[in-house]
Design a protein around this ligand. Structure first.
Ligand code: M6R
Length: 612
């Protein structure tokens, strides 16, 4: 959600800022802007509604020629996405320039106070108020660092900020409260960002800011402090990040690349965690909480969006194979309903980015109430990964497409591994069943490859239905959450209204929607729910709905009931959601591209939602 970038060093800062903004654009793309301290110490800025490419084409790059600068790509919270509301923001005298992620909750009262002091504002944003608050304190103290600190002690809410000051052009000040911020320490240069993707091209040594911290960064080094002015010593962490992983690598879109990476990403999730000779599953990151996991009276899984859907599959897995009552909570609701949590509970927090504000808040609430918190996270070193009691990385690799694909299937794989580890240790799974699962697991990457090879089939179905206005997705058991995820993928990137339901629920309302214009995707593997699903298909067919069936290879019977069939290899029920999700990802992708939608940057969305 919004991207921040900053540069201070010996290079011309503008190309670094623009490249960084392009890499961060998946986090927000309503508007973009840069401000650079020129060699004559004047600050020149450009900002504009739209994408970084549009910003770039609008201004004369020779005008920005200094080696200190900040930039921002925005996902609007306060104020519509227009040129004025774009960042950087500045005060009337153009002394302070600031970029901000997060929300300043008490901005109206600060605005009132500053207005009485003669300050005026041009935008609708809370960020402009914060900028002016810094300038207000600067006028009183004549010290940039003190001014930032004083302003930050006055604000309530969340922020990741980077700011520069015309009167003190030798530094950038950055701070964090609830919104990610880090800086890469290179040789004679520092690259600031809200996301490692903008840093890795220059250095792999990164310092992450914690909440309540700020840093004064100069050409010769940096000082890390709390906003109460206490000094902090912290070593840079080395991040393992390969630049090729965050590039499209010949694919037309990141989403397509990420769908096609799933044979490898799934393998990376389980690699080194299963001893195929002994059948033992071991998750190094969970060893410290293993006793808690084995004695837990209840599991709670929380997350948002796709991660929540993964949690729903996890509920089926944990209850079926570990026999532990499991609940799944929307992270955004969790802390507002005074949840009953105790020290026998284990709360799993699922998050691709590890930065989702609601998931982070739910995790903190669970911790406060005494539960053991376990992260299932993709981004290494992210806030949730750092703050949980223990965790397991899903190792899906960077996911840039806003619509989550490979992270979802790796979340499912992680949940399956956790389930098997617990079930094995508790003795709640039969050895024969476990052996069968592990045999299936070994074959999964190849089965995913078979699904990817059949992409023409999905493209054909997509072409048939690209103009539909609504879609229904139906599944049962393990595949009910797959239906929810299939519908979410479609609406996110194609803007077609879609709903997912447990197939049998359809009779209780949604069936009223069925007519000859309604495509219904049935997830119908040959498992214990098959006969029931066939009955549900008949019910739709009787009402002239169009049936798209996702069926197992070799299932010829289903032809009788379906208008279109998508075949998927058969696997153990615990892994079926992984395989069944992939054709649905393709279907959404091809429908969206056939409709001319920007699948990597769908309207109104951002990759990581770091505001409540
Ligand atoms: O980074 P997270 O996994 O915490 O993100 C949670 C959701 O915002 C995310 O899954 C969202 O629903 C995606 N756009 C789904 O494709």
């Amino acid at each position: 959600m919004c991207g921040i970038v900053g540069y201070i060093g010996k290079r011309n800062s503008l190309p670094v800022l623009l490249e960084g903004l392009k890499r961060l654009e998946y986090r927000g793309y309503d508007s973009a802007g840069v401000a650079v301290i020129n060699s004559d110490s004047d600050i020149i800025f450009f900002k504009k509604a739209g994408k970084v490419k549009e910003l770039e084409s609008e201004f004369n790059k020779d005008l920005l020629n200094g080696n200190v600068g900040i930039g921002h790509t925005r996902w609007a919270t306060h104020g519509e996405p227009n040129d004025t509301n774009a960042h950087p923001h500045f005060d009337e005298g153009r002394n302070i320039f600031l970029v901000h992620n997060g929300i300043i909750e008490n901005y109206l009262s600060i605005k009132k106070k500053l207005s009485l002091e003669g300050f005026s504002f041009t935008s609708d944003t809370d960020s402009e108020i914060l900028t002016n608050l810094v300038e207000y304190h600067f006028r009183h103290k004549n010290d940039f660092e003190v001014a930032v600190r004083m302003a930050l002690t006055e604000v309530e809410g969340t922020y990741g900020i980077a700011c520069i000051c015309k009167a003190e052009p030798d530094k950038i000040i950055v701070a964090r409260m609830g919104s990610p911020l880090m800086f890469g320490v290179g040789i004679d240069e520092t690259i600031i960002s809200s996301d490692a993707a903008a840093i890795v091209n220059y250095t792999k040594n990164v310092i992450y800011l914690e909440d309540g911290e700020f840093a004064v960064i100069r050409k010769g080094g940096f000082q890390l402090k709390t906003i109460k002015d206490e000094h902090i010593m912290r070593e840079a962490q080395r991040i393992e990040y390969d630049l090729a992983e965050i590039e499209k690598g010949g694919f037309e879109h990141f989403m397509l690349k990420e769908i096609c990476e799933q044979p490898e990403s799934i393998q990376n999730t389980y690699r080194g965690r299963i001893n195929f000779d002994t059948g033992l599953v071991k998750l190094g990151g969970l060893e410290t909480v293993k006793d808690k996991l084995l004695s837990a009276k209840r599991f709670i899984i929380t997350g948002c969006g796709t991660a929540w859907h993964a949690g729903l599959v996890g509920e089926y897995m944990l209850e079926r194979y570990c026999r532990v009552p499991t609940e799944v909570e929307y992270a955004s609701e969790f802390r507002y309903r005074q949840p009953i949590i105790n020290s026998d509970d284990v709360v799993f927090v699922i998050s691709q980015s590890g930065e989702t504000a609601d998931s982070l808040a739910a995790m903190k609430e669970a911790k406060r109430l005494g539960a053991t918190t376990v992260g299932i996270v993709n981004v290494v070193g992210s806030t949730i990964a750092r703050e949980v009691d223990a965790g397991t990385y899903i190792h899906a690799g960077p996911e840039i497409g806003v619509a989550s694909t490979k992270a979802f299937t790796s979340q499912l794989m992680s949940l399956a591994l956790i389930t098997l580890m617990i079930a094995q240790n508790k003795g709640t799974i039969k050895e024969r069943e476990l052996d069968e699962m592990l045999r299936e697991l070994k074959m999964l990457p190849d089965k995913i490859r078979q699904i990817i090879e059949k992409h023409k089939e999905y493209e054909f179905v997509a072409e048939e239905f690209k103009d539909s206005r609504n879609f229904l997705y139906l599944g049962r058991g393990f595949n009910f959450p797959v239906a929810l995820e299939g519908a979410l993928k479609l609406k996110e990137i194609s803007y077609i209204h879609a709903e997912g339901y447990p197939a049998a629920e359809m009779k209780h309302g949604p069936i009223a929607l069925i007519d000859e214009n309604m495509p219904v995707v049935f997830i119908a593997p040959k498992d214990s729910t098959y006969d029931k699903i066939i009955s549900n298909i008949e019910e739709i067919k009787a009402r002239k709905g169009k049936i798209i069936a996702l069926a197992n290879d070799g299932d010829e019977d289903i032809k009788r009931y379906s208008d279109y069939i998508i075949h998927v290899p058969r696997t153990a029920p615990i892994f079926a959601p992984i395989l069944n999700s992939i054709p649905l990802q393709f279907l959404s992708y091809f429908i969206a591209t056939a409709r001319g939608c920007n699948v990597d940057q769908p309207r109104n969305l951002a990759k990581s939602v770091t505001v409540e």
